[in-house]
Design a protein around this ligand. Structure first.
Ligand code: HEC
Ligand code: HEC
Length: 459
């Protein structure tokens, strides 16, 4: 116990009284609870807190990380343009920069009212059936994602819309709440109707910090969680190895690696081709898209920048937890375990060895995820399977960093499509395998509900 912690303990008898409730309360004494990302953890809780490289980053990675930061924030332009190297936007796209959706490396926001443009929220599409690798089958005319924007002279694919219906509910103590249920539709389709039986999956841009550590978690560790909590891993197609591997990233664990996730985003979201996805995102019926002028840089993303963006994705650091001496938050942490949240949002694990990344290897981390899929019930279902994820399954998202999103992005929208306007609403949407924990939350006193939410705010 540090002398500072001992002092705090002695001065606040209230904290001591609370400490009697759960078995033990070591957080206030043990600074490692603050190190959500082990030795990689950085210390900043301001609006730039998601912008740092791993605290222990090797010199060899620091240069590429800075280059990657520039690429992540770059606005891509229509080809042909000079100077060459940052053209090739579209022809159709969702945004002109990674940072347009992942604002400050943080989260996107759904449109706030009917008719507002979509930016940080995108719609994945698929026709019934599977592609040759067991993945979603793209719509023949629109591909696997709606691109609502396009360069001059090329029609955008269509206009996504969302409308919300308020659903009133009440906690066990009678206190009212309201959840908003979204309905999605697509107007102004440029290439005829969507495939019969089309399935639409809305996906919000999540924060992109701490992800290298999740890539470094051993498969055996993840399978061990599955044996305990009833979740299961996704298995997805890996373009690089041309094989089916464990999925980790995306809301349905639908991507195997940060490399594939990032290169997929370049081509699918921005229209920038890369070594992994060298062809333009233009289905055959989109003639103007297919005949649009091309950049002389082929693929559009130069190898140096491609390497750098992967280092950036692996190297963005998770900030430290705050409030280790906040008795309300510590009570919330105990409740988090007691009511079953921790069975899926697993608080602590040790990473394995990631080739070329000693910084990320063998770190004790506190991400609050199991990286597994869980059935979350009909309320959250998108009805669109994604490899081995069913239409009602989602990957347990990591909860680290969520307490900083409000100050970094100006607002906090949670769940796969940002329908939840804060922590309590996110919990109240849990169904299926999460229903028992949700009901336990609904039955807590206001004092305890506030404590649980306060805990999440310290992450
Ligand atoms: C149009 C908005 C948008 C743009 C632009 C965008 N992303 Fe994303 N990003 C998303 C969404 C939505 C997801 C979740 C995808 C899913 O569930 O399939 C995501 C997920 C990710 C993830 C994985 C996060 C996790 O926790 O699993 C990484 C890493 C990422 N994006 C990096 C990038 C990079 C690098 C770029 C630029 C090349 C980029 N993104 C551009 C919307 C966007
Ligand atoms: C059965 C596993 C499971 C349990 C138990 C569980 N969760 Fe979740 N949680 C999930 C999954 C899966 C999602 C993603 C659902 C979605 O996006 O539609 C999620 C989403 C969340 C989110 C939103 C995260 C984000 O990035 O938007 C929060 C906050 C959260 N859970 C907190 C809790 C708390 C607090 C409890 C306990 C009351 C809890 N969860 C219990 C699996 C679980």
């Amino acid at each position: 116990m540090s002398s500072r912690a001992r002092f705090a303990f002695a001065t606040f008898p209230a904290l001591f009284a609370l400490a009697l409730a759960p078995a033990c309360r070591p957080q206030a004494d043990d600074p490692s609870f603050a190190l959500l990302g082990g030795d990689t953890t950085i210390f900043d809780d301001g609006d730039e807190a998601f912008a740092y490289p791993l605290r222990n980053m090797t010199t060899a990675h620091r240069g590429p990380f800075q280059v990657g930061d520039g690429i992540f924030n770059r606005n891509w332009v229509t080809a042909p343009a000079s100077p060459e190297g940052n053209d090739g936007l579209g022809p159709t796209y969702n945004a002109i920069a990674c940072a347009a959706c992942h604002d400050n490396n943080g989260r996107g926001a759904p449109p706030t009212s009917d008719g507002e443009a979509f930016l940080g929220l995108l719609l994945r599409l698929s026709a019934p059936g599977n592609d040759p690798h067991g993945g979603p089958l793209p719509d023949p005319n629109y591909g696997d994602q709606l691109n609502p924007y396009a360069i001059l002279g090329v029609p955008p694919e269509g206009t996504p819309r969302v409308s919300y219906t308020e659903m009133p509910g009440a906690y066990a103590d009678g206190a009212p709440y309201s959840l908003r249920a979204p309905t999605y539709s697509i107007d102004a389709l440029s290439f005829g109707p969507l495939a019969p039986g089309i399935m639409i999956s809305p996906r919000l841009a999540p924060q992109v910090v701490g992800l290298g550590l999740l890539e470094a978690v051993d498969e055996q560790t993840i399978l061990g969680f599955a044996a305990q909590n009833g979740g299961h891993p996704n298995h997805v197609w890996d373009e690089k190895s041309q094989s089916t591997v464990l999925g980790r990233f995306g809301w349905k664990a639908n991507e195997p690696s940060l490399e594939q996730q990032s290169f997929g985003a370049f081509r699918g979201d921005i229209g920038i081709t890369d070594a992994l996805y060298p062809t333009e995102n233009c289905p055959p019926s989109q003639t103007a898209c297919n005949s649009a002028p091309e950049s002389i840089t082929q693929p559009n993303l130069q190898p140096l920048f491609a390497d750098a963006i992967v280092v950036h994705s692996l190297g963005l650091a998770i900030p430290a937890r705050r409030g280790l001496d906040d008795s309300q938050a510590l009570r919330g942490e105990a409740l988090f375990s007691q009511i079953g949240c921790a069975s899926c949002h697993i608080p602590k694990m040790t990473t394995g060895t990631l080739d070329g990344w000693p910084e990320l290897s063998n770190q004790i981390i506190r991400p609050f995820t199991d990286l597994l899929l869980h059935d979350m019930g009909p309320g959250l279902a998108d009805g669109r399977p994604d490899f081995e994820a069913s239409g009602s399954e989602w990957r347990t998202p990591p909860l680290w960093g969520l307490g900083l999103v409000q100050s970094i992005d100006g607002d906090l929208f949670l769940l796969h499509d940002g329908r939840a306007r804060g922590f309590a609403e996110a919990i109240l949407w849990h169904g299926g395998q999460g229903e028992a924990a949700r009901e336990a939350f609904r039955n807590l006193s206001k004092h305890d509900r506030d404590a649980l939410v306060a805990f999440l705010g310290t992450l």
